[in-house]
Design a protein around this ligand. Structure first.
Ligand SMILES: C[S@@+](CC[C@H](N)C(=O)[O-])C[C@H]1O[C@@H](n2cnc3c(N)ncnc32)[C@H](O)[C@@H]1O
Length: 395
């Protein structure tokens, strides 16, 4: 195994420390994944990183010569490696100072990765598809665990993919690396025993299910505008359908590049062109707090197209719910009234989900699941065939 450190490797203690954190947090549970995280050198996959400086609200370029680089590489934190899909941004930032921008590629948070890899429940000899190669670090962990010949990974961004390929090759790792839209999977390498998605999707693509063997497992995160961070573990049945529950993780992933969320100002402009709203008193939920409580998990699971925007004003917390179809809802903190308009009554949808969650006994998120068939997603409580099932909208 060529990813192994030498006895004089000064970063080995940092990896051990990181592994200790992941084990203590309950994220890493198996000896095989512990060994992989202890061996694969994360720092080599993030030679050009960005560190966010909250006071300036900007990203600073960090390179291998920066004294903070190894701290960054071995913290249990995600590491931004690309902004605004622009491969030249790091060099520019390095030369001219911190910049703002949208994160378009990163090395995911190690605890989240560890939790996903454990959920994947891989065994030797199984063929894995990773969606979103990114830096290649997770790909390297999979190669270490299974052997590169059993690992396929696809990345949308050709510059990001080329960087990952180079680092992996430098370590003697030659998994099958594809460049393109992972929505369609990698059909010429199918079937897979395991599929792991490291970017968020609104709907699990039917191709991922079709390319997974019966009994195979798909671990993916679902986009959720209410802020709950939904991770699902699906098992594919003999009919080519997939069913599974949410994991306990509050997992926030960047969305697929094919479904870039509309900026809030665009949503607000769409709302401004809608007719005047209907006013009524708030029924149950005063607001949708952050972090999202249990009922908002059900609401976000059922209505992924609703975006929550919270603005802090002297008069209190103003909350908007927005949808790309122009629907909007606004909660006035002074009067506790809700105003809403557009094709969908968003506050009604959210309050209905709240009532359904209470009526179902206020279940923990791990009792909620989804079923994926080629034409729709269904949400359920405890059992796909049980009494509590709901439609999941995919817009
Ligand atoms: C969180 S990062 C990946 C983390 C990665 N597994 C690692 O260890 O570094 C998500 C990656 O998914 C890629 N991505 C987003 N949408 C995609 C799509 N539709 N198809 C393939 N890759 C996509 C992004 O370009 C980004 O590099």
């Amino acid at each position: 195994m060529r990813t192994g450190p030498t006895s004089s490797d000064p970063t080995r203690d940092r990896r051990r420390e990181l592994v200790r954190t992941l084990v203590e947090g309950g994220w890493l549970r198996s000896a095989a994944w512990r060994e992989a995280f202890e061996t694969v050198p994360r720092h080599l996959f993030v030679p050009r990183a960005f560190a966010f400086t909250p006071d300036r609200g900007a990203h600073q370029a960090i390179g291998a010569d920066d004294p903070r680089w190894l701290d960054l590489a071995y913290a249990d934190e995600p590491i931004t490696t690309q902004l605004d899909s622009d491969g030249t941004r790091w060099g520019h930032t390095r030369a001219h100072g911190p910049v703002t921008g949208t994160v378009t590629s990163s090395s995911s948070q190690p605890s989240l990765m560890a939790g996903m890899l454990e959920s994947l429940d891989v065994a030797g000899g199984q063929h894995v598809l990773e969606l979103g190669t990114g830096t290649g670090y997770n790909t390297a962990l999979l190669c270490h665990r299974l052997g590169a010949g059993l690992v396929t990974s696809i990345e949308y961004d050709a510059v990001v993919a080329e960087h990952a390929r180079r680092v992996l090759h430098d370590h003697g790792l030659r998994p099958h690396l594809a460049v393109g839209d992972g929505t369609h999977g990698v059909p010429d390498r199918a079937p897979f025993d395991r599929v792991i998605a490291t970017y968020g999707v609104t709907a699990v693509p039917s191709e991922w299910v079709a390319q997974t063997r019966p009994g195979g497992i798909i671990v993916a995160s679902l986009n959720d505008g209410l802020g709950a961070g939904l991770m699902v573990r699906l098992v594919v049945d003999d009919h080519g359908h997939a069913h599974g529950r949410l994991t306990a993780d509050d997992a926030h992933f960047m969305p697929t590049r094919t479904e870039v969320p509309l900026p809030v100002d665009v949503l607000l402009r769409a709302a401004a062109t809608s007719p005047d709203g209907h006013r009524r008193n708030v029924r149950r939920t005063g607001s949708v707090p952050d972090p999202a409580p249990g009922w908002a998990v059900l609401a976000g699971l059922r209505h992924p197209g609703i975006t929550r925007v919270t603005l802090h004003r002297d008069s209190g917390t103003v909350q908007w719910l927005l949808h790309s179809d122009g629907s909007w809802a606004y909660r006035d903190p002074a009067t506790e009234q809700v105003e809403q308009a557009g094709p969908q009554r968003l506050w009604d949808l959210i309050e209905d989900a709240h009532d359904e969650w209470v009526a179902a006994g206020s279940p923990h998120r791990t009792r909620l699941g989804i079923s994926v068939t080629p034409d729709r997603h269904r949400v359920w409580l405890d059992d796909p065939g049980g009494p509590h099932t709901w439609h999941r909208s995919t817009t």
